[in-house]
Write a protein that binds this ligand. Structure first.
Ligand code: TXA
Ligand code: MG
Length: 365
């Protein structure tokens, strides 16, 4: 298959919309990551998405919509709490899970009786959904297991020749996937942390649950979101996270902060551990890279570092994380060591992705 490379111009969106109407697949930008879209109500389009990604077909897809009225077609029940969240956060990086209506095929929901629904705020995504007249099932547009794409170039790396078209809308803004909240429980339950934090949700609807194992999984527990059981976001090199154990979240953290209370001593202890591991691999002749926030770059051999933003600003770390993991692949790293980030607020979403990319390999200092 020859993949068309398209822009986000009106004309190219029209071409993409036609591909979707015919049952084809188009990758497109959203505000979180690039999605790999197909007609959500077509079982064969959903099957084609699983095939293109190499994704197990029991891992359900998110259905993307471009107006809130669509929820009433896709879900068999829309509780008050859903209406409140839709009003507060849509369009935007929040996915809600509701009981599915009959029109949604099981191929799209991975066999489940629930459906994940999201109204993205990216203009090209909205245009595409509206012009095509279809609901778009879209997982992240990476090969299953790899870091999610935050640029059209990343999509090309994984999907060239496997899908009909890629819309280039530039680098995405947020860089990690939407927050997923399951509204089929009596208390809204976060299944995947993201840019919209527990605190953001609680400010609007009161009590919200998140299983702490989502950020730091207990290998003995059965995952709730089917996607949670797979190794994800992983670079080709072996990633290990080195964490300073006794760092607390500040009580006054704002919802987007990842502010760690780093002491000089703590930062030096993490760097010493990483440098010892680095030196050992390097002496053995292996390519090693270190993921570090910009404040700590000076601790390391500069030519073997990849920066992920500032420890004081979780938003820049989130936006950079997947690109940094892909950069490690490009530079041929066999081993990667990363500093950790705090579990507070958006930091929880960052650690969730980082630890998955590391296959939960973590060293405590
Ligand atoms: O930001 C995003 O959400 C991006 C962009 C493209 O919109 N999409 C995305 O899709 O991250 P994907 O397929 O990579 O992740 C969807 C996650 C998976 O972990 C899946 O298991 C979970 O959503 N999911 C989907 N439907 C579900 C359902 N009915 N119940 C529980 N989990 C569900
Ligand atoms: Mg994904």
């Amino acid at each position: 298959m020859i993949t068309k490379f398209l822009s986000d111009s009106e004309q190219d969106i029209e071409i993409s919309a036609e591909i979707l109407r015919r049952g084809g697949l188009v990758a497109f930008p959203t505000e979180t990551v690039y999605g790999l879209g197909g007609n959500a109500l077509s079982p064969s389009a959903s099957q084609a998405i699983y095939a293109a990604k190499g994704r197990p077909s029991d891992n359900p897809l998110i259905v993307h919509i471009a107006d809130t009225a669509s929820v009433y077609e896709l879900a068999s029940e829309v509780p008050e709490v859903a209406k409140t969240l839709m009003e507060a956060f849509w369009p935007g990086p929040l996915t809600i899970i509701l009981p599915k209506a009959d029109i949604v095929p099981k191929e799209t929901t991975g066999g489940l009786d629930t459906v994940a629904i999201r109204f993205p705020s990216h203009p090209a995504a909205m245009e595409l959904i509206r012009k095509s007249g279809v609901y778009i099932a879209a997982p992240s547009a990476n090969t299953s297991g790899r870091p999610s794409p935050t640029t059209a170039f990343h999509v090309k790396e994984d999907m060239d020749g496997r899908i009909d078209a890629i819309i280039d809308g530039g680098a995405v803004g947020i860089g990690i996937e939407s927050t997923i909240v399951d509204l089929t429980f009596s208390v809204p339950t976060i299944l995947r942390p993201g840019y919209i934090t527990k605190k953001n949700l609680e400010d609007i609807v009161g009590e919200v649950r998140i299983d702490p194992a989502i950020i730091r999984p207990d290998p003995n527990l059965r995952p709730k979101a089917p996607g949670m059981k797979y190794t994800h976001y992983a670079p080709k090199g072996e990633l290990t996270v080195v964490e300073l154990t006794d760092v607390a979240c500040p009580t006054d953290a704002t919802s987007t902060e990842n502010a760690a209370i780093w002491t000089d001593k703590g930062a030096a202890a993490v760097a010493d551990t990483i440098n010892a591991l680095y030196n050992k691999k390097k002496e053995a002749g292996d390519k090693v890279l270190i993921l570090s926030p910009k404040e700590h770059l000076s601790f390391y051999n500069e030519e073997d570092t990849v920066t992920v933003g500032s420890i004081e600003d979780g938003i820049t770390v989130a936006a950079r994380l997947y690109a940094a993991l892909r950069e490690c692949d490009e530079r041929g790293a066999k081993y990667i060591y990363s500093e950790s980030f705090k579990d507070c607020e958006i930091g929880g979403a960052i650690m969730n992705r980082l630890l998955k990319a590391a296959g939960q390999r973590i060293i405590h200092v």
